[in-house]
Design a protein around this ligand. Sequence first.
Ligand code: EPS
Length: 375
Amino acid sequence: MLTFYTAGESHGRGIFAFLDGIPAGLEISKEAVDNDLARRQMGYGRGGRMKIEKDKVDVLSGIRGGITLGSPVLLAVWNVDFENWKSFMDPFSIIPGKELYTPRPGHADLSGAIRFGHKDLRNVLERSSARETAGRVAAGGFLRCLLKVLGIEVYGFVTGIGKARFDGEFDIMKRDASSVFCPDPAASEEMEKEIEKAIKDGDTLGGNFRIEVTGLPAGIGSSAQWDKRLDTMISAFMMSIPAIKAVQIGKGTLSGEMRGSVLHDEIYAGGKRGTNNAGGIEGGISNGENIIVTCTMKPIPTLIKGLNSIDIRSGAEVKAQYERSDYCAVPAASVAGEAMMIIAIARAILNDYGQANIDELKYAFDEHRRRSILR
Ligand code: EPS
């Protein structure tokens, strides 16, 4: 079983990711992990914090000379901003000045304060910050190296921001040339305009991103038990990204409007399909087509013009407090989405074919791939 956890506060020392269950002998490219971390920091609509941070992975355990040891992996992404927050975030001795008492509607502030019994909302928001996704992306970058060895690639791109939409084909060069990670220049411009309008109005925006997986053979996941289904794993992993409100596989909600004769992907000689409306999963098992998942992100809850709220000390009605924040983080969320998809697919594969060594895993997986191809 692949174990994955993160730790760390937004303005604390750093964000950390813990991975256990990675086979030994896997070559890790630090450059590739740092590239994912850098992409997560980009995207039009980010706030001032991204000018402070220069995220890079620091590997604290589990690899030696660029090769995994088969032992637990601990990754750190240090917070440069910690220098400015030291006296407010020290583990043992803090000074007053950064307390928050007016919960932002849509944020974990209020529900977290009730859950953990905190009066100072900072004790909640420091962990519920989207900064935590840096740990996910570091872990995803690490496991991207594992999927690559097995012939599997994972891509994310933005398909909507506010009212602007994109529904075309993926192209990595065009995505990387876009300020909003959308592989279409005209749609990117529309998305930028949507963000500009929101910024001008002191507002925030959400949107959609799509994650595609290529090279995953049929037969991964299981229909035999609810928690072994590939769609169970993928949707839980994607839904766990902060601010995600919907996860759709293939045609998703449109499936409810389509007839069976139109929706279902007909099977031809050699198991070939003419369409991929199922998004690559049937009966909780991969069917050999690309995995296609679309996620919807809600607008960021930190608004310049604070929404109606209360002061949790007195219960008096006041406006929610503003904190420095982003206006739109859908492009960044698409990189977190890639990472969570990578971790979900790696976990599904390691559930079935987990081995102590990467060569043994590759051998077992290649055997599976051979068996999955119909003649
Ligand atoms: C966030 C608020 C902003 C974002 C942050 C998430 O940070 P700050 O409060 O320091 O300005 O920039 O995202 C990141 C720091 C990041 O690396 O993604 C929030 O409240 O969730």
